[in-house]
Ligand binder design. Structure first.
Ligand code: MOS
Length: 734
């Protein structure tokens, strides 16, 4: 970190929040273009043909009729596809194996999308079927350890358990879920010789660039990826799936640009899912509430393509202190599409099991659920034995409990009734790991006084444009509306993928560093310029504000950026920087924290649950932008409601098809399901973690939220449902 002046190094000390989204107007007016919307001349339309069996091999694909169908340019199958390097665990027509129903097995390229669809129906596909593994519960007995990792052990679990006065020992389960960002995946690919250009809906333009370069054996510099806007990702756009590679392959074969946009139904299978979890949790405590043993064994399905662990037990190893601990993850091999990251991978599901189990333990101990969590508060990271870079979870409990009115809760369930509704309160802890990675940026101060910021990152709709405009404005002390931000283009300075709540903490420091360096260059220019009122000044002598440089000791001595640049060749002042990771990063552990409270009303006749209120307070370090930041948190809490009550991918155990591959039957909350959601941030900066003090914010909102609702339903009804989603039948039968 270079510092010009200690009073100006932390942008947040004079934070000028952009009170609107940088990209808001472009989005609401339709000017913001998403991957599939770019006009590309002579573009052909590709349609992916998917396997209709869950397991076996493709014996033949007869394309004689389809080839002559109207508008067809090319049909690519495993029998004629060009040989490429398979980047990752995706099906790109390099073999005839079928590992799940819905797997891409051919691509039809045609003049129009309807023609591609029609031709696809004319393919005659012969399979040799094999028995498929499709019933998770029946296969549970065959669960196996993953090839790598997944277990932790501390203390002497048997001895700790023997000492306990109270034990909770239960199974908690969560279903498979599929990502449904508003924008389904899409790629437009075009070749110019051995140069490939793509528009892709992605959470990581650099990842797409690298994967396509590997697939087609060309240098990464030959692959130009653009993605100015992503219509939500939530993890599914963090991986490079078949369609992106197949679009590029199809463009090569058809010798013209190709657009490949997935239909909503194609979002269920070929682009990942959140695996189900089957969690066995044992919590053992002494009578005073001290945890002696935490045991968390989680099993999930994995595809036959790769081991993918939904690491539901991972956070258990660090969230609460206990004398002993064991966590394991096991996998059940199934003929399904691959598991992948989905919003708060691991913590979203793991917090369901652990936080309901704690509620059960609190009741058995007759201790308030918040108090139980405070008794077992982890003052340092119990797994790594390291201090936290910053942890203000106590403040989260206190502030959220006050705003929620937790003191009005009756510990005994079923006590509050309003007409035919039972009212209940529940709470849970929220947490998610904080990560960041190096990120580069260019900042250019233009002769007209505007400032250009360029970063090879992407905005998933989270507010990256907004916070980068703010960061540059704060660092240079200019009006944020003077900043133009360009993202989502691999010709810009490289950054990482946007996943795991790492973007803000990674990209803001890069822009901050570049802006500081640009400011230094301006000061040097003025200092060397005999005509400047700041001639001879050192960096320490000079401040900037509102587009002006001035002497700290004598603010009368000043000039505007534009006047200085005009006198000196009228060329932009530009600096590129890469944010450095903290040198002492191995000496602390960084996490975000929160407390989430729910009030539910459960109809005594229909068992219908209404989530009346959710109140959450989060310790996510600096809240860089109140609007976009709390919007992320609210989105996460809404997803918690979805997870608790509605969301579930249903797999047919005979054919392996997803039964509800549409938004009519794959239930997510609508406005009528969402009532009051009140989220706040503690707002204490974590400067050990990064110079802006901000930790990630994307994932944490969903964590704990579903458990808080489940606990509230128990408090309302006395019925403990441990299998999500908590549908009416489960409450009725509990
Ligand atoms: Mo994060 S899994 O990319 O929502």
């Amino acid at each position: 970190m270079i510092s010009v002046d200690e009073t100006t190094t932390h942008p947040i000390q004079d934070q000028r929040q952009l009170d609107h989204r940088y990209d808001g107007i472009a989005k609401v007016t339709g000017r913001a273009k998403y991957a599939a919307e770019f006009p590309v001349e002579n573009v052909a339309y590709a349609h992916i043909v998917q396997a209709t069996i869950p397991s076996g091999t493709i014996v033949s694909i007869d394309q004689s009729v389809a080839t002559h169908a109207a508008g067809v340019y090319s049909i690519i199958t495993p029998f004629n596809a060009p040989k490429i390097t398979v980047p990752g665990n995706v099906n790109v027509l390099q073999d005839t194996n079928v590992l799940y129903s819905g797997q891409p097995i051919a691509v039809v390229v045609a003049r129009s999308l309807p023609e591609a669809h029609e031709a696809a129906k004319l393919l005659r596909i012969q399979y040799k079927e094999q028995p498929a593994k499709l019933d998770f519960n029946a296969l549970l007995k065959d669960a196996r350890a993953p090839k790598r990792g997944g277990t932790t052990r501390r203390g002497d679990p048997e001895a700790s358990l023997a000492k306990a006065t109270v034990v909770v020992d239960q199974i908690y389960s969560t279903p498979i879920q599929n990502h449904n960002p508003m924008e389904p995946h899409a790629t437009i690919a075009s070749w110019d010789g051995d140069k490939l250009s793509v528009y892709d809906a992605t959470q990581g333009i650099s990842g797409v660039q690298g994967s396509l370069a590997r697939a087609f054996s060309i240098p990464p510099a030959n692959v130009h990826v653009q993605c100015p806007y992503t219509g939500g990702g939530f993890g599914t756009k963090g991986y490079v799936w078949s369609h992106t590679v197949l679009a590029a392959m199809a463009a090569k074969v058809a010798q013209r640009p190709v657009k490949l946009a997935l239909g909503r139904e194609q979002m269920f299978g070929p682009v990942g899912s959140r695996p189900n979890t089957y969690q066995h949790i044992k919590l053992a405590a002494s009578a005073d509430g001290k945890l002696l043993l935490q045991q968390h064994d989680s099993t999930c399905f994995t595809s036959l393509m790769s081991d993918w662990i939904e690491s539901a037990a991972a956070a258990t190893a660090l969230l609460y202190d206990s004398e002993s601990l064991t966590t394991t993850h096991n996998l059940v091999d199934m003929n399904l599409g691959m598991g992948t990251w989905m919003r708060a991978p691991g913590e979203a599901t793991g917090s369901v099991g652990l936080e309901i189990a704690l509620d059960e333990l609190a009741e058995k101990l007759n201790i308030d659920p918040i108090q139980l969590r405070l008794i077992n508060y982890a003052e340092k990271d119990p797994g790594k034995g390291l201090p936290w870079s910053s942890k203000h979870l106590r403040e989260c409990y206190t502030q959220a409990a006050d705003r929620f009115g937790w003191s009005k809760r009756t510990a005994q369930p079923g006590q509050r009734r309003e007409g035919n509704k039972l009212i209940g309160y529940g709470m849970a802890t929220a947490n998610y790991g904080a990560g960041r990675r190096p990120s580069s940026a260019v900042v250019r101060i233009l002769p007209n006084g505007r400032v250009f910021v360029g970063v090879g990152t992407q905005d998933l709709g989270t507010g990256t444009y907004t916070i980068l405009a703010q960061t540059a404005a704060d660092t240079l002390f200019i009006d944020p509306t003077l900043v133009d931000v360009k993202l989502g283009d691999t010709t810009l300075p490289p950054s990482g993928g946007s996943g795991g709540s790492t973007t803000a903490a990674s990209v803001c420091p890069g822009v901050y560093d570049a802006a500081i360096q640009a400011k230094l260059k301006l000061i040097q220019l003025a200092s060397a310029d005999a005509q400047s009122p700041l001639h001879g000044a050192t960096a320490d002598d000079v401040h900037t504000r509102d587009g002006k440089l001035f002497l700290k000791s004598n603010p009368e001595k000043s000039e505007t950026f534009t006047a200085l640049i005009a006198r000196n060749g009228n060329t932009p002042i530009e600096a590129t920087a890469t944010s450095e990771m903290p040198k002492d990063r191995d000496t602390f552990s960084s996490h975000s924290w929160g407390a989430i409270f729910a009030e539910v009303a459960v109809d005594v006749d229909t068992h219908m649950v209404q989530v009346r209120r959710m109140v959450g307070t989060y310790d996510i370090g600096t809240l860089i932008n109140a609007k976009t930041g709390t919007n992320q948190l609210i989105g996460g809490v809404v997803w918690g409601v979805s997870m608790a009550l509605l969301e579930e991918t249903l797999i047919d155990t005979t054919y392996g098809r997803t039964l509800n591959e549409n938004l009519a039957e794959y239930h997510v909350p609508v406005n009528a399901d969402i009532h009051q959601i009140d989220v706040t941030a503690v707002g204490i900066p974590d400067y050990k973690f990064n110079p802006l003090g901000s930790r990630g914010i994307g994932e944490i909102g969903i964590t704990g939220a579903a458990a808080a609702i489940a606990n509230a339903i128990y408090n309302a009804t006395g019925k403990r449902v441990r299998d999500l989603p908590i549908t009416l039948d489960k409450i009725m039968n509990a």
